[in-house]
Design a protein around this ligand. Structure first.
Ligand code: ADP
Length: 407
């Protein structure tokens, strides 16, 4: 396979109107550049590029970028300006984040026509994400057809869930006909954070049981036994589970029939309501935890109620996953809220002493980028903050696969 002598990996995360990218050197794990193209297809598209290798200033410009092809070419030009062009023999592979791999993709996979066809076949279960991911892959393949390109799936880590956790209790034939089951998402983050948590405890992942709480704008929990995922809170789509920035998470499905029959709402309106106008933003008008905390400090009752509902659900999942795992060694908080919002961590664990969870107020107040314990020495279960790094995980998996294939 050509190009595998290099050590650089470009990670691409292609959304419907955006492309996020990072260029990493797997020789030392260092980040060479990162950036973002937003509002693709509009007159005011924006590119922001940070050349970490040269230590230069971030470069930003606004102007029309018609499509993903133009976006990737603009990214390639920015990288070339730093001497990091995509035509460099140093580039070993491109790793693509792909949201939905269904039951087919249990591992990172080198992309060929058959893989593309399968990702396309999965569009009905991921109508928003997979088409955008496919566009990104096709564009990158056209730019560097000779280079190995790898798909890393958000669902892959969760494919080990037992049927008892993965199946909904609905008619089996109907479920199978429409591929309805719990797939879970944020898998790359859950995999990375559960492993890093084991490292923090000085143990091998196979020795520890971890509850990972990925609390970003989207949020999910997972129960990881000895390095293997046994349950997670997101389901067929990312709508299930925890209260999120704009998503409702769990609720009685009959709410939907009620909104249709009594509220006169259409399917699309309900979809938008539950995915974009619910969760924290629906409850109090804000989805940023910093703003919610600020309002609570000013005595705002709606913000307080939104926070309480968020914490109540989080606590229920911690309790549920203690029951699923039986023995828990660590609970790890990660992503924007989990890494930064000490009051969320404190409230989520408060009152769970019987389950062996304690948080030390001083340790919890410490800020930092490194994995760290926030539980006191006498806590039976370690409580930790473990910053996630999905790009590093995608690059690591991509590089490992490409090296393996070239040997
Ligand atoms: P995503 O990748 O899902 O968009 P992130 O993991 O980046 O989300 O998390 C974004 C969220 O993190 C914000 O919406 C905000 O609620 C929260 N957040 C970020 N920084 C802080 C902070 N310093 N304190 C509290 N919450 C924060």
């Amino acid at each position: 396979m050509s190009g595998t002598r290099g050590t650089r990996v470009l990670v691409l995360n292609s959304g419907s109107s955006s492309v996020k990218y990072q260029l990493l050197d797997m020789g030392d794990g260092g980040r060479l550049a990162l950036g973002l193209v937003e509002r693709i297809g509009e007159q005011s598209s924006r590119l922001k590029h940070t050349p970490l290798a040269t230590g230069g200033e971030a470069r930003e410009w606004t102007g029309p970028i018609a499509d993903h092809d133009a976006a990737l070419k603009a990214v390639a030009e920015e990288l070339a300006r730093d001497g990091l062009g995509l035509d460099s023999p140093e580039l070993a592979a491109i790793g693509h984040r792909v949201v939905h791999g269904g039951q087919t993709f249990t591992e990172p996979t080198v992309i060929d026509e058959a893989v593309l066809a399968e990702i396309e076949r999965l569009i009905p279960v991921a109508p928003l994400h997979n088409p955008a991911n496919l566009t990104g892959i096709r564009t990158a393949r056209a730019l560097r057809p000779d280079l190995p390109q790898v798909a890393v799936f958000d669902t892959a880590f969760h494919t080990t869930m037992p049927e008892s956790a993965a199946r909904y209790a609905i008619d089996v034939e109907t479920a199978d006909a429409h591929r309805i089951r719990r797939y879970g998402f944020h898998g790359t983050s859950h995999a990375y954070v559960s492993r890093e948590t084991a490292k923090l405890l000085g143990k091998d992942p196979s020795e520890v049981n971890v509850i990972v709480l990925h609390l970003g704008n989207g949020a999910s929990a997972s129960a990881v036994r000895g390095g293997t995922c046994v349950d997670t809170s997101m389901g067929l789509t990312p709508l299930e589970g925890l209260v999120m920035g704009t998503r409702s998470g769990d609720m009685d499905p009959a709410v939907i029939f009620h909104l249709m029959r009594v509220g006169g709402m259409s399917t699309d309106e309900i979809d938008t309501l539950l995915n974009k106008k619910s969760g924290l933003i629906g409850l109090c008008g804000d989805n940023d935890m910093r703003e919610i905390r600020r309002r609570i400090d000013e005595g705002d009752e709606r913000a307080q109620l939104a926070f309480d509902i968020y914490i109540h659900r989080l606590k229920k999942y911690i309790g549920a996953y203690c029951a699923v795992l039986g023995r828990v060694d660590a609970v790890a908080f990660t992503a924007g809220v989990g890494e930064n919002a000490a009051p969320v961590r404190e409230a989520a664990v408060a009152g769970l002493e019987q389950l062996g969870l304690l948080v030390d107020a001083e340790l919890n107040a410490v800020r930092g980028d490194e994995p760290r314990l926030i539980s006191p020495a006498n806590s039976r279960v370690a409580v930790a903050v473990v910053p996630t790094d999905e790009e590093l995980e995608i690059a690591t998996q991509t590089y490992a696969l490409v090296r393996e294939e070239s040997n």
